[in-house]
Ligand binder design. Structure first.
Ligand code: PHE
Length: 457
């Protein structure tokens, strides 16, 4: 029989869960990472593969993750151990939870650094730093900014403290209220920006870039990245969605909620692309702008539009909140585990986990400036952490979740959790047993082949 409540608290309603999970999904991944990786891999083909991954792999795995969380009602590590035991399987399944903890730390470390950039840009926008500035001077501003480790450290620290403060109090309390107001506001603002870009930027060119696939630019690396981006953007494969599922009441319909969450997440990513690319082309820039893209492109628009100072400030404030609600979900699985297994108070657990991620973040931060020459496998620390977490650990975690939900968990258990119609259940079961694991395995395996080929050359 499934457990009915969690010791860490429960969402007050189905809506609270949707809001929290959407808060986790929508973040820097949509607005910062989606546009720049799309630019890196040539546009349309990348977007197409990303969308296919969201629909065919992401949604079924998200359903599986919520389902496992709700049945276990504990931190991902203990949930996996308990569910494996209940099915008479090896406790090694808990390694899935451990892998998620590692992925969570890696992601949070660089995520907090980038969220720090966003915080800094709130004040730049408010101070009118972009008014009338050229694309070159805005890019130069960004370059000087990330070249200054002390500044980056200050903002990274502030952001991490913000996260620890919320997680220490328990995620169920404040999250619902803030996401309820801020998420719609972010949507409205993105629509305004898209409208601005549609009238003042090269919109037709951007549409063509984003939606006409050119597979010659994608390659195996591009497919791997598009799949990784789907996992990253949906917060899948590391236990964030699993732990949020563990606070969901047993009555709520998982399938419907997951489709809503994934739909909103994808919409925000597409809107961000539609706001950014028209300005990229209108300003004579190329889409290969790297991880500074949003910070180099949107300020151009804020510097020119009416009330740009107001919109710019508001935009970065909302982006900070979106990042905040995602970062919180990165901390929650490890904090829950520390509380369950080490008997720590939430406060102590949150502070410790926050310090660990903060320290790791310093590596990312220094890789942008003083350690820019230090590389591992040809990547600086920030790029390395991003690559390993998004393109390797999350897909691998997702693969194991799919296998567990599709092959290990009894049919009775999954039918019990997913009260979708028969047809929807059959589709879900097919996707989670065959399509998702095979697709992820094939992409990961061909990427390994690619690495070998590179190494041999
Ligand atoms: N989905 C978040 C974003 O797009 C990042 C994230 C990844 C959060 C994994 C939790 C787990 O910004």
């Amino acid at each position: 029989m499934a457990v009915t409540t969690s010791i860490h608290g429960m969402w007050s309603s189905r809506l609270a869960f949707i809001l929290a999970a959407t808060g986790s999904a929508v973040g820097l991944g949509n607005v910062w990472r989606f546009p720049y990786t799309t630019g890196e891999y040539g546009g349309g083909a990348f977007v197409l593969v990303y969308l296919l991954c969201v629909a065919g792999i992401g949604i079924p795995i998200m359903m599986a993750e919520v389902m496992l969380g709700r049945r276990g009602r504990q931190s991902p590590i203990n949930t996996m151990r308990m569910l494996a035991k209940a099915e008479g399987r090896h406790p090694a399944w808990q390694l899935l939870g451990w892998m998620g903890i590692v992925a969570g730390f890696l992601i949070l470390s660089f995520y907090s650094v980038v969220a720090g950039w966003t915080l800094a840009y709130v004040f730049r926008a408010a101070g009118g730093a972009f008014t009338g500035a050229s694309a070159e001077s805005i890019a130069a501003q960004f370059g000087t900014f990330i070249g200054d480790p002390e500044r980056l450290l200050a903002w990274h620290t502030i952001f991490m403290v913000m996260c620890v403060l919320v997680v220490a109090r328990g995620v169920a309390s404040g999250l619902e209220r803030s996401v309820r107001v801020l998420m719609p506001a972010l949507f409205v603002l993105l629509f305004i920006l898209v409208a601005y870009s549609a009238t003042n930027g090269y919109f037709a060119q951007a549409l063509e870039y984003m939606f006409r696939p050119d597979f010659s630019k994608l390659g195996t690396a591009g497919v791997l990245s598009a799949m990784g981006q789907a996992f990253f953007s949906l917060s899948l494969g590391m236990g964030a969605i699993m732990i949020y599922g563990s606070y969901l009441s047993s009555q709520a319909s998982i399938g419907r909620n997951v489709v809503i969450i994934a739909g909103m997440d994808t919409l925000v990513a597409i809107l961000a692309g539609l706001a950014i690319f028209p300005i990229v082309f209108a300003s004579g820039l190329t889409p290969q702008l790297g991880s500074g893209m949003v910070f180099k492109v949107l300020p151009i628009a804020f510097g020119q539009m009416a009330f740009g100072q107001v919109f710019g400030t508001l935009f970065f404030v909302l982006l900070v909140f979106a990042a905040w609600t995602s970062a919180i979900s990165l901390l929650e699985p490890v904090v829950a585990w520390l509380v369950e297994n080490r008997g720590f108070s939430r406060v102590r657990a949150s502070v410790l986990a926050g310090i660990a991620a903060w320290l790791l973040g310093i590596l990312s931060l220094l890789s942008l400036n003083v350690w820019s020459g230090v590389t591992v496998f040809g990547l600086g620390f920030m790029d390395l952490f991003e690559f390993v977490a998004a393109n390797v650990l999350l897909p691998l975690g997702g693969l194991l979740i799919a296998v567990f939900a599709g092959w290990v968990l009894s049919r009775a258990a999954s039918t019990d959790e997913l009260d979708t119609g028969r047809k929807a259940y059959a589709i879900w079961r097919f996707l989670v047993r065959y399509l998702a694991p095979v697709a992820v395995a094939v992409v990961l395996a061909s990427a390994v082949g690619l690495l070998k080929a590179l190494g041999l050359e």
